[in-house]
Ligand binder design. Structure first.
Ligand SMILES: Cc1cc2nc3c(=O)[nH]c(=O)nc-3n(C[C@H](O)[C@H](O)[C@H](O)COP(=O)(O)OP(=O)(O)OC[C@H]3O[C@@H](n4cnc5c(N)ncnc54)[C@H](O)[C@@H]3O)c2cc1C
Length: 760
């Protein structure tokens, strides 16, 4: 979690993790601007590097070799990463509209979202062709295509529509790979026939004659049928038709023709060109709004006609970075003039490439090796990242951000508050603005709540019900207040569900780092929106709270639940019986994964999956366990699996066997502990190893450290009568707890002092 001493004064929001923005992030990571916060909003955690995509398709590279891990890069840059899809802009209020979260405010905005396929223009193309753009969906589509081709028996005709560098290179890479795959399956590679269609009179129209000849020859040698002057006008389920009426039966049709701008841009009021791309000046500022920049495929430079290629997006990274820096400093921007001729290294799939620049062209295996070296060197800039703490950093410098008089006053006061580590209340105006738009659920049993605030909230306990109380509080472990709010609320509710109760009401306690009022207000709003979505979904009324300023963002809840006033209806920790079976409803590993995340040692997709798991509510799971006769239940939190299990076996007077190989694990957890990375709470949890009967025998098991791993918003650990366990597990999985596993058994207590035995 990034918690700089300098309060946040300006927000630069980067929309899309394209080739230009990765450069911006890297540069700001190396040389941050005090008081400036970067937020990257991106639909994906891993962004493909276009130069290596054909090599990946051909089978020369693995997925992680050709993808930039935006999550690690964001941690390196001290930037917030919001995984979401941007669907609009509110330019009047300077906010980015996202599909799944509250609007994100910006002071300066940059858009680098690539291009969008224009299949709708050709009847049948959307339904029957595979578009290779947008690039972020490319991998899914390629893997699906690979699987389809492998499963398809007999002859196959594959068509690529579009004969620019992308289409030609992709066709040759696919052909190389698919022929190899068929060979390995014992099938004839000649079962595959490839066709290339273009509406132009030649292939590679933007390259010189010599380069074109080399590719014409390569395509002919490899048996590819090339159709020039053959624009595809209609696509059917298994065929296509061209403008001249020619038809061709085809099993797969891949669409690599020119793409356009994302449709949502049309409603932003930004000036767009005929293709829907954002018109930008030589400073990469949009024509319409100097606070908004655009780069890469989505930008259309008004003074230069550029190809839509990753190489330009990469090159626009440094001038974009410079101009974003200058914008916050309020100084004149730099003019950027792209090169008019550039070097393209186009591969033929078989570790052979053609170099093309202006009138120049040469080819060979050495050219491919050269390209490989250039591409790997580029990627290493984003892969070999050192954690910020280990990088040599210059001492904090005075903010160079240009502020108005009111902002300067607020900044001085925020710095004073931070130095004092102050726990002062957040100002009433900020609080009422941030919380004013939140709408907690209405409940009849809330007598006095947030709608009619008083010194304290008053809730009714209906007749026949007892009240269940619980409290949880922790600091943010991610740079995303909205998701953190969700996780914190879900974590706090966990105790209520684990008791078999229904949530009724909650009071919140939060600390927010001080700063400009607008920034404090937004963080609070984002965090409480996330939390309230979870509370409302649980029909739990937020009835009050307290917010202070502190060094770190933190949130907790005191939650009240209601339960039938009948001891038999309460799910306790102490009811386990010999013969019961142990169930865990969510995978474990959050402690080690987030420790690794802070050290740049976790993959973005691991963190993403862990967060998804953390926001899954235990509500339905607890009901299901109760229905199937659970004898004991608890939710996994900071004490880790072993700690919680011991909390159950002790009062139950039983022993337990835990099967390590059966434990459901979050992806990456095993890798992280194997790398020796554990949570700071692990040390305290490991003391409980004295509860293990065969600790010495199992200490070297790769999963052993994970039984001590502290969990945030973990799953439910429960004991179930053996004859009901199968039905219970099936129902839990159907309810969405897909990782639910039987992880051990309960037996009668023996004379041994240690209640838990580990099994492999
Ligand atoms: C198969 C293939 C091979 C190619 N080979 C080459 C090559 O060898 N050399 C070359 O120079 N070019 C190549 N290209 C072209 C190249 O991929 C593009 O020109 C390049 O990716 C454009 O880069 P960009 O930074 O503009 O955007 P992109 O690389 O497309 O990145 C866009 C980013 O924005 C995100 N995003 C998109 N929409 C949203 C949204 N609404 N909200 C939030 N995030 C969003 C995406 O997730 C992605 O991270 C190839 C293209 C394809 C399809």
């Amino acid at each position: 979690m990034n918690s700089p001493d300098q309060p946040i004064l300006r927000d630069i929001v980067l929309v899309g993790g394209g080739h230009s923005h990765v450069g911006v992030l890297k540069s700001f990571g190396m040389k941050p601007v005090p008081g400036v916060r970067l937020t990257l909003i991106c639909t994906d955690m891993h962004t493909p590097y276009s130069g290596m995509l054909p090599g990946y398709v051909a089978g020369h590279y693995e997925y992680d070799e050709v993808h930039i891990d935006l999550s690690r890069l964001a941690v390196f840059a001290g930037a917030r990463l919001y995984r979401d899809e941007v669907i609009g802009l509110d330019r009047v209020n300077q906010k980015v509209i996202c599909r799944n979260r509250p609007p994100v405010p910006y002071d300066h905005l940059s858009i680098n979202i690539g291009s969008t396929p224009q299949l709708a223009q050709v009847p049948g193309a959307s339904e029957n062709a595979v578009a290779v753009k947008p690039i972020q969906r490319f991998n899914d589509r390629w893997l699906a295509l690979l699987a389809r081709v492998k499963q398809h028996p007999g002859q196959l005709t594959i068509v690529v529509v579009g004969a620019g560098a992308g289409g030609v290179e992709l066709l040759l890479a696919m052909q190389f790979r698919l022929r190899n795959e068929l060979r390995q399956l014992g099938r004839s590679p000649d079962d595959l026939t490839f066709h290339l269609f273009t509406d132009a009179p030649v292939i590679l129209p933007t390259h010189n004659e010599g380069v074109r000849k080399r590719f014409v020859s390569a395509l002919a040698t490899r048996g590819v049928v090339v159709h020039v002057n053959a624009g595809v006008t209609e696509v059917f389920a298994r065929s296509l038709r061209t403008a001249s009426g020619e038809t061709l039966a085809a099993d797969e049709i891949i669409w690599v023709t020119s793409a356009g701008g994302a449709p949502w841009l049309r409603d932003t009021g930004l000036a767009l060109d005929a293709g829907g791309f954002i018109r930008v000046t030589d400073t990469l500022q949009t024509l319409t709004d100097p606070n908004i920049f655009a780069a890469g495929d989505i930008a259309s430079m008004i003074n230069f006609k550029l190809e839509k290629a990753g190489v330009f997006a990469v090159r626009q990274g440094p001038p974009l970075t410079e101009n974003l820096r200058r914008s916050v400093e309020g100084v004149a921007l730099q003019v950027y003039h792209p090169q008019t001729s550039w070097l393209a290294l186009i591969s033929t799939g078989d570790r052979y490439a053609v170099a093309s620049r202006g009138w120049l062209g040469f080819a060979g295996k050495l050219v491919w090796q050269w390209k490989d070296w250039i591409d790997r060197r580029f990627m290493s800039k984003f892969q070999d990242l050192q954690p910020m703490a280990e990088t040599v950093q210059s001492p904090p410098s005075a903010p160079s951000v240009k502020l108005n008089a009111e902002e300067s006053l607020q900044a001085i006061s925020a710095i004073a508050m931070r130095c004092g580590g102050c726990g002062a209340k957040v100002g009433a105006t900020v609080l009422s603005r941030a919380l004013g738009n939140l709408h907690p659920v209405d409940r009849d049993d809330v007598v006095i709540g947030l709608k009619d605030p008083d010194d304290a909230a008053v809730v009714r306990v209906p007749p026949g019900k007892a009240m269940v109380h619980s409290v949880d509080f922790f600091r943010s472990f991610i740079d995303d207040p909205y998701i953190f709010g969700k996780v914190a609320a879900n974590h706090a509710l966990g105790d209520i569900w684990a008791m078999g109760a229904e949530a009724q009401s909650a009071t919140a306690i939060a600390t927010v780092p001080s700063g400009l009022e607008s920034k404090v207000e937004d963080v609070l709003y984002q965090m409480m929106t996330g939390a309230l979505e979870v509370l409302n979904e649980a029909n739990c009324a937020l009835v009050g709270g307290h917010t202070g300023e502190g060094k770190e963002l933190a949130l907790g809840f005191a939650v009240n639940g209601l339960i039938d006033d009948d001891p038999d209806k309460i799910l306790r920790k102490g009811g386990m019986r010999p013969g019961d079976v142990l169930i865990l409803t969510k995978p474990i590993g959050t402690g080690t994964l987030f420790a690794a995340h802070a050290r740049l040692a976790a993959k973005g997709r691991w963190i993403d999956a862990a967060l998804q798991s953390m926001i899954v509510s235990n509500r339905l799971g607890a009901r299901c366990l109760f229905k199937h006769g659970a004898t004991a239940c608890t939710d996994l939190t900071g004490f880790g699996l072993l700690g919680h299990l011991v909390e159950m076996t002790r009062p139950s007077g039983v022993d337990a066997q835990l099967n390590l190989s059966a434990l459901p694990l979050l992806e990456g957890a095993e890798e992280c502990v194997a790398a020796g990375i554990v949570s700071s709470l692990q040390g305290a949890n490991v003391r409980l190893r004295r509860a293990l009967r065969n600790q010495e025998a199992m200490v070297n098991h790769p999963r052993y450290p994970l039984i001590f791993d502290p969990q945030t918003a973990g799953g439910l650990l429960a004991s179930i009568p053996a004859d009901r366990v199968e039905a219970c597990v099936a129902e839990l999985r159907a309810l969405g707890y897909v990782h639910t596993a039987i992880i051990g058994t309960i037996s009668a207590q023996t004379d041994a002092l240690e209640p838990i035995t580990l099994a492999d």
